[in-house]
Ligand binder design. Structure first.
Ligand SMILES: Cc1cc2nc3c(=O)[nH]c(=O)nc-3n(C[C@H](O)[C@H](O)[C@H](O)COP(=O)(O)O)c2cc1C
Length: 437
């Protein structure tokens, strides 16, 4: 059986699945049941400074995007950090940690960008027995207007400064949670590293307006006639999150910095992809809010079964395995040639591949042969773009088949370069030519 035990910056958990800081982790009642369901750890809903708690809107807080089957694809929220009293949270955290010593319990914190505010809260959190802290530099709404959350996360100098304070005033491991609402994610990650962070976690939510109520001309969710931008998350953000995780994992300046991967993780496969791109563990929010805590059981068995089938014995066998294969465009092998192939037995003759190719691509798919609807790839026109694969409603009906070295490319009339595997040094590779000059 694959070993799913996880050690993330010294924080141990029985599996790499943590719940991200959000409503699922905002009280002992939730966290206890999450642990019973099997979650390896939680990041408690973000704590604020001592004093009257923040006040949330009491109308709709969430908006969404759905697929045609009403499956939730993207969730948008305008919630703030915890609206429960700091000491109630701390008391509950301490109790939960005592009850569940083998699970990871990390405290998410967001206080004003002042040294004394951080210095004051850190010992209170430490006293709960929490395993670590996560600095919330990510929330894109409400708190950012008060100079916190993404208002800090968008200024690398502030990130470095706050991380430094935290490293100075606590012995707990520090995880810096990054906002994706920034052009180059490597810059805040580098700043966090310069401040001495033990790890980064990403992504927090993405600035968004999910839709507009056209009867009232206001963004959704509409609160008393007005709407505000909110934070977007769920399956729709996964590709953005994966790219940002990979960017940090392969940046020579942050190479080796532990990453907790977050964003749209719904299945074990999503989680495995984050791990392969360099995440040391993963955090989940929307999937738990959509399907409930027990979804972790499918994640655990799915990951474990896949690892067994592939002969991966521990998480170390997969973490970062895909990072060396993430390349800048300029290093891609231009001698590699693939052609689309349509499985005639699977084809339902809907014609979507033909329309897409004919109207917007390379006119490489037939629609009629001898007066009969028939969809077939004309290899002499196909550039291998993959659009037909993506628009075909039948999975695996159209596949891309790579030509072997020595085979004829009917489009160009040239034989596939027998030497194409050696692209790094190939004379057709502009990068290799540049290096030789
Ligand atoms: C309703 C809601 C509240 C959230 N509150 C917090 C929060 O208090 N602190 C925080 O760091 N992230 C918060 N998040 C962001 C999540 O922790 C997570 O980074 C984000 O939702 C992406 O993960 P997902 O796609 O699995 O949901 C919140 C997300 C949602 C949906």
């Amino acid at each position: 059986m694959a070993d799913l035990r996880n050690n993330f910056v010294g924080i141990k958990s029985p599996n790499p699945f943590w719940l991200a800081s959000a409503p699922p982790t905002d009280k002992a009642y939730n966290v206890e049941r999450a642990f019973k369901a099997g979650w390896g750890g939680v990041v408690w809903k973000t704590l604020g400074e001592e004093g009257p708690p923040v006040v949330n809107v009491n109308g709709p807080r969430y908006g969404a995007i759905w697929g045609a089957d009403r499956r939730l694809l993207g969730l948008n929220n305008i919630e703030l950090i915890t609206d429960r009293d700091l000491y109630t949270n701390l008391r509950e955290m301490k109790q939960v940690k005592m009850n569940w010593p083998d699970r990871a319990l990390v405290a998410s914190i967001m206080v004003p960008c002042e040294e004394n505010a951080w210095k004051a809260i850190l010992p209170l959190v430490e006293e709960t027995g929490a395993d670590g802290i996560e600095l919330n530099f990510g929330c894109p709404h409400g708190m950012s207007e008060r100079g916190m959350g993404s208002a800090v996360g968008q200024v690398p100098e502030y990130i470095e400064m706050v991380v430094r304070w935290c490293k100075q005033y606590t012995r707990m491991p520090v995880i810096t949670k990054l906002t994706p609402n920034i052009t180059d994610i490597r810059k805040p990650a580098r700043a966090a590293k310069a401040g001495g962070t033990d790890a980064v976690s990403l992504i927090n939510t993405i600035n968004s307006i999910v839709s507009v109520d056209l009867d009232n001309f206001a963004p959704n969710p509409t609160v008393g006639g007005k709407g505000s931008h909110g934070g977007y998350c769920g399956p729709a953000v996964k590709p953005i999150a994966l790219n940002m995780v990979a960017e940090i994992a392969r940046d020579p300046e942050t190479y080796g910095l532990p990453i907790s991967g977050i964003g749209g993780i719904t299945t074990w496969r999503d989680a495995a992809e984050f791990l392969a791109l360099g995440a040391g563990n993963v955090q989940v929010c929307t999937a738990a809010m959509t399907y409930g805590f027990k979804i972790v059981q499918e994640m655990i068995t799915g990951l474990s079964d896949w690892m067994d089938a592939k002969g991966h014995r521990s998480l170390d066998d997969i973490i970062g395995r895909a990072v060396p294969n993430v390349s800048d465009w300029q290093y891609l092998n231009l001698n590699y040639i693939a052609k689309a192939h349509i499985d005639q037995d699977a084809c339902i003759k809907c014609g979507r591949c033909h329309i897409a190719c004919e109207d917007t691509s390379h006119q490489a798919i037939t629609n009629m042969i001898d007066g009969v609807r028939h969809f077939e790839v004309m290899e002499e026109e196909c550039v291998g773009c993959n659009l037909c694969v993506n628009v075909c409603p039948v999975e695996n009906c159209i596949t891309m088949v790579g030509l072997e070295p020595g085979e004829l490319d009917k489009r160009t009339g040239k034989v596939v370069d027998p030497n194409y595997a050696n692209w790094t040094t190939h004379p057709n590779n502009p990068m290799a030519r540049q290096a030789a000059e």
